[in-house]
Design a protein around this ligand. Sequence first.
Ligand code: SF4
Length: 381
Amino acid sequence: MAASSIYVHIPFCEQICFYCDFNKFYIKNQPVDKYVEVLNEEMKRVISMDEKPSIETIYIGGGTPTALNEQQLKQVLDDVNTLVRNPEQVREFTVEVNPGEADRDKLKMMRAAGVNRLSIGVQSFNDKLLEKIGRGHSAQEAVETIDLAKSVGFENISIDLMFGLPEQTMEIWKDTISKTLELDVPHISAYSLKIEEKTMFYNWYRQGKIQPLPEDTEAEMYEVLVSGLHDAGYTAYEISNFSKYGMDSEHNKTYWKNNEYYGFGAGAHGYLDGTRYANIGPLPHYIKAIENGESAVKESHEVPKTEMMEEEMFMGLRMKEGVRADRFESKFQTSYYTIFPEVIHDLLERELLYDSGDSLHLTKNGKLLGNEVFEQFLLVY
Ligand code: SF4
């Protein structure tokens, strides 16, 4: 199936958060205009103007796209639009926004360029906690950005939250959930903290300066989240993603359904023609490669069928709709029971999976032990 999604990476941030291991750079003194220029060059090399693809979803992420000024961001959006055969067919066009970085003019410009969804990095509505995790905005700025976005006509807004943060109490978490609900946005993503290498948090953790929350507390926070959002009318359509009716993120479903997509920009990942690839991450190297007429791809990996089947299982199980038997069979000409007989039977017996007749799903316990379940599918080959 041809790729119908585009991801574009903008690797700049106004402030570096203490937990973040994404490919990003503090924006001050960075060659942002040059980046915008070579990014366009990379895109045009991969997508021929004579054979523009039919694109259904576009996602501009980072870093933070809104760290760019209005003119730079407009250039990126215009450049992406020129790659698409028919911009009217794009169902979902998302830009990640950091609170306080998008004024009315920037938001209006985005709408005029076809953006119809914003993903806003709120993380918490507690100012002390925001400071402790290195965010560069206050809770009030997050509320103002969301109100402003609504006032210029954005209806499809997603809020990102984090839990399991050092010093985050259950009370703080419940307060953040209730403030989120007051804002009445149609989509919420919530991720637990993972202390990753090459982050400030990792250094502090090794030095004993911060402690992650106990696993039990984190699991309890997740349960509070799931039940609070369920009562407010949200569906947990994926382990970490919650939506009001019809407001799932179509772009992110591309990843969970294991479909192919274009990935552009420094450190971006993509999946085309059965090959997963990662672009060069460091900014000067990425820019130099493009300027020298070389590929931006640092490494690529042709995905063997066995690996595709593993991915189909553990990515698909993240979603409420689960892994559909007919979809698996039409993709691989065999059934998942034939490929993973023991693993599936074991997980069914342990009540971590259930079979609804036409698809496999995680149970409530399976969701709590998600990674343990997913790993089982990796042990087969
Ligand atoms: S979390 Fe977002 S804003 Fe913070 S450093 Fe990472 S990419 Fe930048």
